[in-house]
Write a protein that binds this ligand. Sequence first.
Ligand code: UDX
Length: 433
Amino acid sequence: MRISVIGCGYLGAVHASAMAELGHDVIGIDVDEHKIGELASGRPPFFEPGLPEILTSATASGRLRFSTDMADAADADVHFVAVGTPQSPDTNAADLRFVDAAFEALIPHLAEGALVVGKSTVPVGTAARLAARIADAAPHATLAWNPEFLREGFAVKDTIEPDRLVYGVGDDHAASVLDRVYHAAIEAGTPRIVTDYATAELVKVAANAFLATKISFINAMAEIAEVTGADVTQLADAIGHDARIGRRFLNAGVGFGGGCLPKDIRAFAARAEELGRGESVGFLREIDAINLRRRQRVVDLAIEALGGSVNERKVAVLGVSFKPDSDDVRDSPALDVAVQLKGLGAHVVATDPQGIENARVRHPQLEYVTSTEDALREAELVVLVTEWSEYRSLDPVATAQLVSSTSIIDGRNVLDPAAWRAAGWAYQGLGRP
Ligand code: UDX
């Protein structure tokens, strides 16, 4: 099929590449000339395992092209809109400026029978409004809403082999077109839910709200564990054996971050308020508050570990990206902790396998080093805040040789406390005795 993808940020660049990988003829459109230039040369402007390979092969074969001119999307049968919906600084609601601009720019180019597919995460009610706009300005085209559930670090796999497909449609035709787009996944038996616009929009935010709730639930248990001497990791293992609960997303630590979960739960709460149902998701504010408290907890533990003040003490911060296998530092708990410690006068030396460049743009006041050893050298305290595999596998004996004081805060509960203590370390996890 001929496909356009409008908006080539994280979601759009992955979607365009994955659609080309599936054999479709794809054009990616974005207003950012630099981004389009990089993508056209086969270079993703962010780190995502597996993406460079499929981007390079698709651009080389000619199945994937990029342009800044919306007119180049005109002959596509299906147009995916994958622009960002950032958090409005004042209201926490989703800012729909880029979605509206993309639709207005696309509408004059819609051919007879074209299907426009919204992928962006939007407040419930947006698709119905945009469908009305299309019915008015381009009645020969139709709209579907097809939320995306990809995880950073697994984005290519999640797009090519999704665990479910959700189509919010106004008619059966749109669903059959989407089946052709996703024929490989459909043939592989991927569950497919065909529904109305509002349900499709809500599926996305409900899924993210549920995941955020799971994480904050276990982090709330960590808070209780901290005052009772219980071990939250064993608690998570024990409750996770109940299949109704499940062990995944029950890792207590410094909490969730990234470009989706924090912003999506805030936007959902703001939308519910607008709909007069603020109390229905009032718990999301609590989820957000628990999450932010965990960052503060790590800072408090650092102060405690250094005897009451971090001022002028050397702290090695391991990790700045919001999770491993990503260079994304948006709303990163790790970077937040580093910035807070720096604000308290600590000499913070931060490191990360991929995230330093992005972190430096946001927080140039921090000192960054690329080598883990350089970060650890002479540190009076080590704070592990993103569980990259190289930090999980640090050897406590060898690490002790580098630092000036053997004190570590494991903000992701990924180290073996017994092994670190045996090597002479003062080990402190979150919600662990
Ligand atoms: C998330 C959703 O998983 C995805 O389906 C949606 O499309 C976008 O948002 P992503 O932001 O890539 O994906 O990251 P995810 O793997 O969900 O992790 C989110 C955050 O939660 C990370 O900061 C991670 O460190 C944290 N987390 C995750 C925990 O603190 N504990 C856990 O048990 C799991």
